[in-house]
Ligand binder design. Structure first.
Ligand SMILES: Nc1ncnc2c1ncn2[C@@H]1O[C@H](COP(=O)(O)OP(=O)(O)O)[C@@H](O)[C@H]1O
Ligand SMILES: [Mg+2]
Length: 239
């Protein structure tokens, strides 16, 4: 019950080599943090793991079999939360957004309704189900984007900075939901640059810098690693 990649190399036009031999694993029932500063390659890695970007070499495997050999069926086993909810949401209303994938799954209407209800309650979006997506606040969009994945009940979740740029109320909701997903047995990879979050959520951590995993281990990360990865500020103050 494991998802991950081995020696993954990805090049992007104009930038060149963005991932330089990345290997990691996510087991079901655990939250793994992918901690790295801006530009370290977190988003690129998530897109490659989701099969949305091709690697130059190396492989992504889902439960022992190369992911590319399992596409497109495996897509519904992996949920990707994009860093920017505007990249994720494209339907006119919140309800349309949630129904979009459910319609493709061909579920009976009562099952679709039940899933929408459950997920809407979990993410506190019941009151905005009929709102146009463009009218939502950023925090609401982030919650709807996560809901649009959770309705199809994927086994693995790749969450790209799910707690960035949201207020404490929204942060609480996201943290609670991520914890409940872990308890439900999902395998979660959470990309973030928030070191404090790692202690609160993750059981394992990969620290990434300049396209490489420079450290991996438990949630207690040595200070020297954080400094090396540019994840810790120095003593700067304006007095
Ligand atoms: N579409 C793209 N085309 C070319 N280069 C890109 C593209 N997206 C990201 N990059 C570059 O790849 C590197 C890693 O970016 P990214 O994966 O977004 O890092 P992170 O998510 O950790 O901030 C950066 O140098 C960035 O400028
Ligand atoms: Mg990113």
């Amino acid at each position: 019950m494991v998802f991950g990649c081995e020696d993954l190399w990805v090049s992007l036009p104009t930038t060149g080599e963005v991932l330089k031999g990345v290997s990691l694993v996510v087991n079901k029932g655990e939250i793994v943090a992918l901690l790295g500063p801006n530009g370290s390659g977190k988003t690129t890695l998530i897109l490659a793991l989701a099969g949305l970007l091709n690697a130059r070499s190396g492989k992504v495997t889902l439960e022992g079999v190369e992911l590319r050999l399992q596409l497109p069926e495996a897509r519904r086993r992996i949920g990707v939360l994009f860093q920017d909810p505007d990249d994720q949401l494209f339907n006119p209303t919140v309800m349309d957004e949630l129904m979009f994938t459910l319609d493709q799954l061909g579920l009976p209407p009562q099952d679709k309704e039940r899933r929408v209800k459950e997920v809407a309650s979990l993410l506190n979006i019941e009151h905005i189900l009929h709102r146009p997506v463009y009218s939502l606040s950023f925090g609401e969009k982030r919650r709807v984007a996560l809901a649009s994945i959770l309705v199809y009940d994927p086994e693995y979740l790749l969450l790209d900075e799910p707690t960035a740029n949201i207020d404490p109320g929204n942060l609480n909701i996201m943290l609670k939901v991520v914890c409940s997903l872990r308890k439900a047995g999902k395998g979660i990879l959470l990309a973030t640059q928030a070191v404090d979050l790692v202690n609160r959520l993750a059981s394992r951590v990969y620290v990434m810098n300049e396209g490489r995993i420079i450290w991996s281990g438990g949630p207690e990360i040595p200070e020297e690693v954080l400094v090396r990865a540019g994840l810790k500020t120095g003593q700067v103050a304006c007095q």
